[in-house]
Design a protein around this ligand. Structure first.
Ligand code: GLC
Length: 477
């Protein structure tokens, strides 16, 4: 098939978006847990970073080293930022010391505050798509954070009296604000450190996080109680927030204990509505002991698992597939990543998993999973449309803007990834029509792949993965 024909073919597939979006209003309830926080977003230029380094008389040599991925000093924060700027990559480092948090507040500031954390972002995305009701968990709900939830009647949280109320009105006054810095930079921007000139290859972000409650996966009892109440109905549970855990926690507990405690809580919710789909977004988990434990003890229990290319490589590393992890790291394209996905699929034996990478989404599931391949493809296309809208307009805060990107065609990068992917599927499983239809099935598995729309100069990228994973799944009907 000629290239332009192929593009048109995909454009036609994408025409289901409007119908799919309407179907999301039929979803009867969804829980998004556990992490919500305030994102303080700021765009910085190379010049501004140079100024901070000069003003603070930082030792420039230290800033170019490859040390630990955590923030104990002011230099560490700038070191992480430079690393991401230089590689055009996204990383999140945790701030261990409140003094560094105060310093960032003074030195970097922010352009705007927005809802953050996978749990918070998914909740807003589901609510704007019309899922009714969406129950969102928060470890902390001061007014400044609550008002970042959409002002809609179908988004609920537990208030300080233990009742469900509109999430955006909740004021648990004594709660601590949990703030994460999202420091974004542009492609092509330049930064000179110690005589070394760096050019940023891809727009991306560095996240510096200070969040004592979500660091411990703190869970609100009132919310838990409500989710166990037989009058609370839901079809999906979307889990996230485990990635901030560390092996040892400041209060003497361990990360593993917190994971186990959360599992008991979730079991209560699951019993309440047995006919649900439980999705887990693994996110970027730095602590390898926690990561391994999550793969072995949580990913194995869920119905659906979501990750990006980096998170997939991270999982490979802890299941004894270092060689493949290295290959994926060196050449991060869909063919290598798919081989990695197959390994994870065998290892965790979870019925459905989805990779979202630049230009392509891939779902791999067991034959007969309750969401069909075609439903998956339609959900993934809707997710790609809404993700492009978010990148292109900067926000998805109202339902009528969600399909802003619907007249755009899928990207060349996406089609190229899809082509490589289809060849790999052919090598492993034989002839298929993935390139044209995005679907392959045999007696054991179903594979769905969708090339995406890419926005050249995105206004924002933060929370993209969470938006994609949740809409792909919940919009697959
Ligand atoms: C991480 C960050 C949070 C951000 C989210 C987006 O959870 O800590 O600040 O909103 O990622 O996915």
């Amino acid at each position: 098939m000629a290239y332009t024909e192929l593009k048109d073919k995909w454009f036609n597939h994408y025409q289901s978006a409007e119908k799919q979006l309407k179907k999301m209003t039929e979803v009867k309830g969804l829980i998004s847990a556990f992490n919500a926080n305030i994102d303080a977003v700021i765009k910085v230029s190379g010049k501004q970073i140079e100024k901070i380094i000069a003003d603070q008389a930082m030792n420039a040599n230290q800033l170019l080293t490859n040390g630990e991925k955590s923030i104990n000093t002011n230099e560490d924060a700038i070191r992480g930022l430079i690393k991401c700027f230089k590689g055009g990559i996204a990383e999140e480092w945790l701030i261990e010391d409140v003094e560094v948090f105060n310093w960032l507040n003074k030195t970097i500031g922010y352009d705007n505050l927005q809802m953050g954390g996978q749990g918070g972002i998914v909740a807003n995305a589901m609510a704007v798509c019309g899922v009714d009701p969406v129950y969102v968990h928060t470890a902390s709900s001061p007014k400044e954070q609550s008002k970042l939830f959409l002002d809609v009647p179908n988004l609920l949280n537990a208030n300080r009296y233990g009742d469900l109320a509109k999430a955006n009105t909740i004021d648990r006054t004594i709660d601590t604000p949990l703030i994460h810095w999202i420091i974004e930079f542009d492609k092509g921007d330049k930064l000179s450190v110690n005589g070394t000139e760096l050019t940023c290859p891809k727009a991306n972000r560095f996240i510096a996080t200070y969040d004592p409650l979500n660091f411990m996966l703190a869970i609100d009892e009132a919310f838990d109680k409500k989710m166990c109440d037989p009058s609370t109905k839901f079809e999906h549970i979307i889990l996230s927030g485990y990635q901030m855990l560390k092996t040892d926690l400041p209060d003497g507990k361990t990360g593993v204990e917190r994971i186990e405690a959360s599992k008991k809580i979730i079991d209560g919710w699951r019993k309440n509505n047995p006919e649900h789909i439980l999705h887990f977004e693994i996110a970027s988990t730095q602590d390898t002991i926690i990561r391994k434990y999550l793969v072995d003890h949580l990913a194995k229990d869920v119905d659906s698992l979501g990750f990006n290319e980096r998170e997939l490589i991270d999982m490979l590393e802890v299941i004894g597939e270092e060689e493949l992890a290295n290959a994926c790291d060196k050449e991060t394209h869909s063919s290598n990543l798919f081989k990695g996905m197959l390994k994870i699929f065998d290892y965790v034996n979870c019925p459905r998993m989805q990779l979202h990478m630049f230009g392509l989404y891939v779902t791999l599931q067991k034959k007969g999973f309750k969401v069909s391949p075609l439903q998956n493809r339609k959900g993934m296309q809707l997710a790609a449309n809404i993700a492009a809208t978010k990148a292109g307009t900067g926000s998805i805060n109202s339902n009528d803007i969600l399909l802003w990107s619907k007249d755009q065609k899928v990207s060349d990068i996406g089609l190229k990834e899809l082509e490589g992917f289809a060849n790999t599927v052919t090598e492993i499983f034989g002839k298929n029509s993935i390139l044209e239809e995005g679907i392959f099935e045999n007696n054991e598995i179903e594979i769905i792949a969708v090339p995406t729309i890419i926005i050249d100069n995105p206004i924002t990228l933060v929370g993209m993965g969470d938006t994609i994973s949740s809409i792909s799944l919940v919009g697959a009907r």
